[in-house]
Ligand binder design. Structure first.
Ligand code: HEC
Length: 314
C-alpha cells in the first residue's frame, strides 16, 4: 500500500468542498427550512463533505511508500466507532425544536457534523484504509436514511383536503378509508405542539425571542387585513423586525406549508380561541379553504413582513 497520489488527495478535498457548499447553500436541495426531512438531507451532505476531508487528510499524512497502518493501533478503531455515534446523536429528532429556536447553536451543530464525520473517516483510515471508507459511507447513508425515516414531517394529506372541500368527496373517501381522519377530526391542540416550543404552551411567547399569541392573535384578526395576514404567516413564515405590546422581535417564524390546509385551519382556530381569547365579533372560524386559496400566491418570509408593515398591524 502506498500513499495516495496528490491528485487523489486534491480530488477528495475538492469533492468534500462541493458537498459542504451544496449543503450550506442548499444548491439543488429542497429548502431545509421547509421540513425536517429536507434538513436531514442537508446534514447528509455536510457529513459527506467532512468524511471526504477526513479521508484526504489521513491519506496525505501516510508516510511516502508507507505500509498499511498497523492494526495494533486499535485506539483509532474506538474513535471510528464513537465519532459516528456522536454524530447520529446530534441528529436525534427530539433536539430539533431546541435547535430550531437557537440558530447559532444550530449552525455550530452543522460544523460539529463536519468535524465528527471527518474524524470518523480519519480514525477509520488510521486503523485500516478500507475501514475509513466503510464507516464514512455508513454514516452518510445513515444520515440519508434519517431523512426518509424518522425525519419525515407529515405532508399535506389529500384525504383531509378533499373531505374538507366537497361533501361528496368526503363521503366517498370516508367509505374507502374509515381510519383516515376527517377535517373536523383534526385537533388544533395537537397541531399546536409544533408551535409550543417557541410560542410556549400557554401562548405567552418569550419576550425578545418569540411574540405572544395569547391576547395578541385576536388583535391581529381585528385589524384590517389581519385575517389574511395570519394565513400568510403560517404558510410562508415571517422574517423582519416587529413590535408586539411594546417589545421588539426580530426572529424567524418558519413556514408551515407542509401541514395540510385542515391542520393549519385547526391550529389557528385553536390559537384564536384558547387562553380566554375569542374571534372578534362577526368573524367565523378559519376553514381549509382559507389556506388552500392563499397557497396560489407564494410569498417569501420577507414579503410577509412587508405585508405586515403595509397593514400597520399591532
Ligand atoms: C421556531 C420557533 C417558532 C415556531 C415553532 C413557531 N413560531 Fe410563530 N413566530 C416565531 C417568531 C420568531 C415570530 C416573529 C418573527 C419576526 O420577528 O419577524 C413568530 C410569529 C408568529 C405570528 C405573527 C405574529 C405577529 O404579530 O405578526 C403568528 C401568528 C405565529 N407566529 C403563529 C405560530 C403558530 C400557529 C405556530 C405553529 C404552527 C408557530 N407560530 C410556530 C417563531 C416560531
Amino acid at each position: 500500500m502506498t500513499r495516495p497520489s496528490r491528485t487523489t488527495t486534491y480530488t477528495l478535498v475538492a469533492l468534500g468542498l462541493v458537498a459542504v457548499v451544496v449543503a450550506e447553500l442548499h444548491l439543488g436541495l429542497p429548502d431545509p427550512d421547509l421540513s425536517i426531512k429536507n434538513h436531514h438531507i442537508q446534514h447528509a451532505f455536510f457529513i459527506l463533505g467532512g468524511g471526504l476531508w477526513g479521508l484526504a487528510l489521513a491519506g496525505s499524512l501516510m508516510p511516502a511508500g508507507g505500509a498499511e497502518p498497523r492494526r495494533s493501533r486499535s485506539a483509532w478503531l474506538v474513535l471510528a466507532i464513537i465519532a459516528p455515534l456522536a454524530a447520529m446523536f446530534l441528529m436525534w429528532p427530539s433536539t430539533y425544536e431546541y435547535l430550531e429556536a437557537h440558530p447559532f447553536v444550530h449552525a455550530l451543530d452543522h460544523g460539529v457534523f463536519i468535524v465528527l464525520s471527518g474524524l470518523t473517516t480519519f480514525a477509520g483510515y488510521q486503523f485500516a484504509r478500507s475501514i475509513g471508507w466503510v464507516v464514512g459511507a455508513a454514516l452518510t447513508v445513515m444520515a440519508w436514511a434519517a431523512a426518509f425515516g424518522f425525519g419525515v414531517t407529515p405532508g399535506p394529506n389529500p384525504l383531509l383536503t378533499a373531505s374538507a372541500t366537497t361533501p361528496a368527496a368526503a363521503s366517498a373517501t370516508a367509505a374507502s378509508a374509515t381510519a383516515a381522519p376527517t377535517a373536523a377530526a383534526v385537533d388544533g391542540a395537537t397541531v399546536y405542539q409544533n408551535c409550543a416550543a417557541c410560542h410556549q404552551p400557554q401562548g405567552t411567547g418569550l419576550p425578545g425571542a418569540f411574540p405572544p399569541l395569547a391576547g395578541h392573535v385576536p388583535q391581529l384578526l381585528a385589524a384590517q387585513g389581519g385575517r389574511d395576514y395570519v394565513v400568510h404567516v403560517l404558510l410562508y413564515g415571517l422574517q423582519g423586525p416587529i413590535t408586539v405590546d411594546g417589545k421588539t422581535y426580530n426572529g424567524t417564524m418558519p413556514s408551515w406549508a407542509h401541514l395540510s390546509d385542515a391542520e393549519l385551519a385547526a391550529v389557528i382556530d385553536y390559537v384564536s380561541t384558547s387562553w380566554g381569547d375569542a374571534f372578534p365579533s362577526g368573524q367565523r372560524p378559519y376553514t381549509a379553504d382559507d389556506f388552500q386559496e392563499a397557497r396560489a400566491t407564494e410569498l417569501t418570509p420577507q414579503e410577509v413582513h412587508g405585508l405586515r408593515e403595509a397593514l400597520k398591524l399591532p
